[in-house]
Design a protein around this ligand. Structure first.
Ligand SMILES: Nc1ncnc2c1ncn2[C@@H]1O[C@H](COP(=O)(O)OP(=O)(O)OP(=O)(O)O)[C@@H](O)[C@H]1O
Ligand SMILES: [Mg+2]
Length: 315
């Protein structure tokens, strides 16, 4: 079975005014999305998520590398007919009612009138807007508009759905609704690829993720694999440690925690060795506990200073 998305060495350099500045938004990214997966494309602001998504739907062309979608070229009409896309900031003509707006899109897709009506009714129910059918979009909350956008992305009954930040701007209830909606799409055999910079929600949702930072893939794999990297042991020691300890491989942090107690945060795989060394140094071990750090912590730690944008580089 061919991959739903195959990206290899994808690169995008933007040249800003008069080519005086160069922004390398995507720096040789490689990943693939398989059929039936929910795939999370994660990264802080400016990581290059939207730029990559735009290359996947053919809105912009890569500087180098290759993107294939459903085995074909991004943007090709026959391919895009099988793809749903929610852009980052969808804009809708807001004097329309949701069914009217979706009807316009349905006509663009060439769906016959009866089929449009049937799909639009069931989609509005699916995204939880069945009761808001007769209100104009102008009166919709951000969460409701986001759901209209998702309904639009599903109108052509796509095999592959690409969503750029589908949870952004939503309150926790709205986020939960979108998460449940994405999960239900998977149940219906769809493949979903979505970007997000909010990690907390995603931990439960995705089969696999890519974590992008400053245009580069920092992690790729199943959530279990990624979270396993966050497996830590917390070792409490009675006493003060010399400076050398904090630099040792496998030791992530050494902190004084009140009185003479020191806390070490150690990679699970390295903990036996560290414990032996601590005993050799005649230190009293007070406690050893498992501590799994969340994807959020792992990710922010990796990003160095936390969520930051890609740096502009002089060209
Ligand atoms: N058309 C453009 N011209 C110049 N620079 C651009 C352009 N589009 C994006 N960039 C830059 O490329 C980098 C990546 O932007 P991108 O929008 O892909 O990030 P993102 O991961 O989607 O971020 P966010 O979470 O804020 O949506 C940023 O530094 C951005 O300023
Ligand atoms: Mg973006």
């Amino acid at each position: 079975m061919e991959d739903m998305i195959a990206v290899e060495g994808l690169r995008k350099v933007f040249h800003t005014p008069f080519r005086r500045r160069r922004v390398e938004a995507v720096k040789g990214v490689t990943f693939n999305v398989r059929q039936g997966e929910i795939f999370g494309f994660l990264g802080p602001n400016g990581a290059g998520k939207t730029t990559t998504l735009k290359m996947l739907v053919g809105l912009i062309r890569p500087t180098a590398g290759r993107a294939r979608i459903l085995g074909g070229e991004p943007g090709a009409i026959d391919i895009m007919a099988r793809v749903g896309f929610l852009p980052e900031q969808p804009y809708f003509y807001d004097y329309l009612k949701p069914a009217e707006l979706l009807d316009v899109f349905g006509q663009i897709f060439g769906l016959p009138r009866a089929e449009r009506r049937r799909r639009i009714d069931s989609l509005l129910d699916l995204v939880g807007l069945g009761d808001a059918k007769n209100r104009v979009l102008r009166k919709f909350s951000k969460g409701m508009l986001q759901r209209v956008g998702i309904a639009q992305a599903l109108l052509n009954d796509p095999e592959l759905i690409l969503l750029d930040e589908p949870m952004s701007g939503l309150d926790p209830v709205g986020r939960k609704e979108v998460i449940d909606l994405i999960a239900s799409l998977k149940d219906r055999g769809k493949t979903v690829f979505f970007s997000s910079h909010i990690l907390a929600d995603i931990e439960r949702l995705c089969d696999r993720v890519v974590i992008l930072h400053k245009g580069e893939v920092k992690h790729a794999g199943t959530l279990q694999e990624l979270l396993a990297q966050g497996d830590r042991k917390e070792i409490m020691v009675n006493g003060t440690l010399e400076d050398g300890w904090s630099g040792r491989p496998g030791i992530h942090a050494v902190d004084r925690v009140g009185g003479a107690v020191t806390r070490l945060l150690v990679e699970a795989g390295a903990s036996d060795g560290v414990l032996r060394d601590l005993l050799d140094a005649r230190l009293e071990i007070l406690q050893v506990a498992d501590r799994r750090i969340s994807l959020e912590e792992l990710f922010v730690a990796d990003a160095g200073t936390g969520p930051v944008g890609a740096k502009e580089v002089a060209g």
